[in-house]
Design a protein around this ligand. Structure first.
Ligand SMILES: C[S@@+](CC[C@H](N)C(=O)[O-])C[C@H]1O[C@@H](n2cnc3c(N)ncnc32)[C@H](O)[C@@H]1O
Length: 229
């Protein structure tokens, strides 16, 4: 179990900068500050949609967004199932003299937070790592922990082919319509559901009102919505 949870962050890739060699965990390399991507765009949007104070970064990984949010002055909370990733996130916060609230846990279980606790929930490249049934439960949980009119921002993968190519996967087994279980590659044993636009609307219906949705260049739908009741 532990191996599977941490496999995502184990591979270290050498990185050369100004003649010096650094070792970056793979997730760092792909999702680092060196790449302006979907997450950074969302960070900008979140400020515009409302003025959140307490934000949850679901599946925070190595803290790419948790750290950025703490830096912007938000009360930043992060949860992830990988202790390895959380250690890196904690180190990042400490090195920048920032405060963040990190927890280890499975986000598809009951979220370990009180009702109406967050102003905003943030889930980048994360929500779709399960079957539709469990993702639907997660949306209920996000709805529960969000305050009235709270905002929810997430990105969801669109293409199994793209996932396979960036994760060196060759064998993704379909386990239900739109959901695959990778048998190899960097995201081995981490299920993925590839959402269509219509499915996202169905998933959120009655619980969230979509403010904006776009297809970014990296093959993700990026959705911003508000808790509707
Ligand atoms: C693609 S990474 C994205 C990390 C981060 N959101 C970012 O954008 O840099 C997916 C993250 O989801 C975490 N994850 C996957 N399944 C999870 C689960 N069931 N519970 C908690 N975290 C999970 C992984 O450990 C990993 O950190």
């Amino acid at each position: 179990m532990k191996d599977h949870r941490d496999s995502y962050f184990k591979k270290i890739i050498p990185y050369f900068f100004k003649g010096k060699e650094f070792g970056f965990a793979v997730a760092h390399t792909l999702f680092s500050i060196f790449k302006i991507d979907v997450g950074s765009n969302l960070l900008l949007k979140i400020i515009k949609v409302n003025s959140p104070k307490r934000i949850l970064d679901l599946g925070c990984g190595t803290g790419r967004h948790t750290v950025a949010l703490a830096k912007l002055g938000f009360e930043a909370h992060g949860i992830d199932q990988s202790p390895e990733a959380l250690k890196i996130a904690q180190k990042q916060l400490k090195s920048k003299d920032l405060k963040g609230f990190l927890k280890e846990g499975d986000i598809y279980d009951t979220l370990p937070y009180a009702d109406n606790y967050f102003d905003s929930v943030f889930a980048i490249q994360m929500v779709y790592h399960s079957t539709l049934w469990r993702i639907n439960n997660l949306i209920n949980e996000i709805h529960r922990v969000l305050k009235k009119e709270g905002s929810f921002f997430f990105s969801s993968a669109i293409s199994v082919k793209y996932s396979m190519s960036i994760n060196n996967g060759t064998c993704y087994i379909p386990i239900e319509p739109g959901t695959y279980f990778p048998l190899d590659g960097r995201e081995r044993h981490m299920p993925h559901h590839y959402f269509t636009k219509e499915e996202i609307y169905r998933l959120l219906k009655g619980r969230f009102r979509i403010v904006d949705m776009y297809n970014d260049k990296e093959n993700y739908y990026v959705t911003s919505c508000l808790k509707s009741k």
